[in-house]
Design a protein around this ligand. Sequence first.
Ligand SMILES: *[C@@H]1O[C@H](CO)[C@@H](O)[C@H](O)[C@H]1NC(C)=O
Ligand SMILES: *[C@@H]1O[C@H](CO)[C@@H](O)[C@H](O)[C@H]1NC(C)=O
Ligand SMILES: *[C@@H]1O[C@H](CO)[C@@H](O)[C@H](O)[C@H]1NC(C)=O
Ligand SMILES: *[C@@H]1O[C@H](CO)[C@@H](O)[C@H](O)[C@H]1NC(C)=O
Ligand SMILES: *[C@@H]1O[C@H](CO)[C@@H](O)[C@H](O)[C@H]1NC(C)=O
Ligand SMILES: *[C@@H]1O[C@H](CO)[C@@H](O)[C@H](O)[C@H]1NC(C)=O
Ligand SMILES: *[C@@H]1O[C@H](CO)[C@@H](O)[C@H](O)[C@H]1NC(C)=O
Ligand SMILES: *[C@@H]1O[C@H](CO)[C@@H](O)[C@H](O)[C@H]1NC(C)=O
Ligand SMILES: [Cu+2]
Length: 609
Amino acid sequence: MYFLKISSAGLLAILGASCIQSTYANDHGSYNYDNVRNVARNPMVPRQSTQNNYPVTGAAKNGTAIQIRQEIRELQKDPTLWTLYILALDLMQYTNQTDMLSWYQISGIHGEPYAPWDNVQPGAGLGNNGYCQHVSILFPTWHRPYVALFEQVMYNLVQEIASRWPAGPVQDKYVTAGKNFRIPFWDWAAVPSEGGILPDIVQDSPTIPVDGPDGTQTIANPLFTYQFKPLLPGAFIYGPTQYNEESYVLRYPNNNTASAYSQNGLVAIQLNNNAPTFRSRLYNLFSAYHNYSTFSNTGWYPDNTDGDYDSIEGIHDQVHALVGSGGHMSVTDYSAFDPLFMLHHANIDRLFAMWQVINPDSYVVPTAATADTYNFATGDTLDSQSTLTPFHDTSGNYWDSDTVRDTRVFGYQYPETNGGSDVDVKDQVLKAVNTLYGDKTTNGTDGNNTPQRRDAVVNHREWLVNLKSDKHALNGSFFVHIFLGNFSSDPKTWSLDPNLVGTWAVLDKLNTAGLPNKPISGTIPLTGRLSKLVLANKLQSLDTDVVPRYLDANLKYRVTLLDDTEVGNGDVPSLSLMVVSAPVVPPQTDSELPAWGTVVVHMNITTTR
Ligand SMILES: *[C@@H]1O[C@H](CO)[C@@H](O)[C@H](O)[C@H]1NC(C)=O
Ligand SMILES: *[C@@H]1O[C@H](CO)[C@@H](O)[C@H](O)[C@H]1NC(C)=O
Ligand SMILES: *[C@@H]1O[C@H](CO)[C@@H](O)[C@H](O)[C@H]1NC(C)=O
Ligand SMILES: *[C@@H]1O[C@H](CO)[C@@H](O)[C@H](O)[C@H]1NC(C)=O
Ligand SMILES: *[C@@H]1O[C@H](CO)[C@@H](O)[C@H](O)[C@H]1NC(C)=O
Ligand SMILES: *[C@@H]1O[C@H](CO)[C@@H](O)[C@H](O)[C@H]1NC(C)=O
Ligand SMILES: *[C@@H]1O[C@H](CO)[C@@H](O)[C@H](O)[C@H]1NC(C)=O
Ligand SMILES: *[C@@H]1O[C@H](CO)[C@@H](O)[C@H](O)[C@H]1NC(C)=O
Ligand SMILES: [Cu+2]
């Protein structure tokens, strides 16, 4: 469902309507395999590892077969693999929380409850952190074995589930398909061939029918939410208190009480509304960022230029915060419990893998840690041999950025990075970047259902807002909404407003007292919106003598916390915004990307806007 133009009244109607849409399936439960072999309910719980050094291998590799991770909506077209995927998610979620391979414990590696996993103990004084690396040179590489571990657990469950069909051709079909199983990714930037950015399956229904080994049953939809079983008191030590009361993972909760529900409908709209900026940020990142240090994370390096504000982590943060909007995905330490987390991170890993193909020589260089994690203190030097704890390889050593550099060590590739010796993989990646994220995605539609015709605008110049703030400026995650033109006076509607260009998000922890507060940065591209104005004859050109005047009259911004309360523009210590542009030579073929000239600053955006 798209909204071409929504008035403020229309937005309020949508807000109202969404209040009746979602209720939870209370204990609709998991798939019941009882009748197949007359064994106890959920007999297929993965065995608790009895030795330490659990080897992270990715999905089992049979011989040299590297399998492809597919987009979730592609995987859904294959009913056999899809059934196995849903059943494996379900089984993992219903695995006892005390088990190290349960959904609970795998999710818990990322952040809270800050428990050791695989008996990997925290460094001295570091126990109140997750293992995960953010604002870190290790952001892309740490998450690679993490997602591979999830894939490995899922793969093993798939093998077990497939074997549960009664012997015969149907079982053979599932067993054969299961051997090629890989987890899907969620491409939130490409123009979907149908539907919106947020896949229907993750939002439509709290329960789904699944045709498993014991026939068709209705189960709790494992992509809709994850239910803690049970929510352990005090597991989430840093408030707000609702996280210790909500026994379901929530997205955009309607209030912050234990009985709150997810407003997936609003998440879907604000993702559609922001998708043109996901797409443009990615396209700019692939085109203009060729240094791994800047590409990899939101941290601001002292020798950065005005063209170095964005990063893959920054775009990742925008998606996290908009999906969560006050729910679990918008808090770093709780985010991994949401079923969308691994779909999102498989996509981040894919974008990283694509970037690696274009930039094979730029990689992790020694860089001081900007924040504490479970095993590294602020200021420790992180390099390509820093251990990616708690992930061991088969020799009992930890994986490091050097050993995870190629996704094939974990037995997977992506559609764009896959190819034998006869395939020019770089050419394939460049074409995919142009097709999926490029200026010439004509005939596609963006979130507002308007054609993208940026290529029709001659004299090409890219316009952006550069943003920078301290990571913990507000002691918690927050949004900066950038508008061109008038917008609603109700902060609840800002991320949905038709005149929103994009929402920059700062993703934060909840326990920031006393933490080092380093600057981070990002961008919100303006060119797509400005080009539409040019095409509509509302703006003369994208030239430097025209655009600043227009922006001076029309560009505005507002800040909100994740519960949609406004923070005054002047009340955000360290937040700065500026308008920049660069001349860009458009690609001559679909195997090239735009060539960026020097980025220049046009205006500082003052707090009075
Ligand atoms: C690997 O493939 C071979 C040949 O298809 C098969 O016999 C074997 O069982 C497979 N091994 C695993 C671990 O799946
Ligand atoms: C989970 O395992 C623990 C420890 O083995 C056990 O006490 C508990 O009853 C189990 N929970 C469920 C729901 O089976
Ligand atoms: C929060 O939302 C739930 C679900 O609509 C409702 O039952 C509850 O009364 C609300 N609580 C408050 C304090 O608004
Ligand atoms: C990459 O960026 C980092 C951080 O700005 C900088 O220190 C380093 O010199 C750059 N590397 C190259 C090869 O330009
Ligand atoms: C775009 O759509 C128009 C009309 O539907 C069609 O004629 C044209 O070939 C399409 N262009 C591309 C690049 O697909
Ligand atoms: C913006 O709002 C002002 C004040 O309500 C109004 O005068 C102006 O026409 C509006 N501009 C647009 C482009 O809607
Ligand atoms: C954030 O926390 C720090 C340290 O506790 C405090 O000094 C600062 O005033 C807080 N800032 C805001 C905006 O709440
Ligand atoms: C923007 O502000 C910075 C520092 O606050 C200043 O150095 C710079 O000259 C300003 N740029 C413009 C275009 O006003
Ligand atoms: Cu993340």
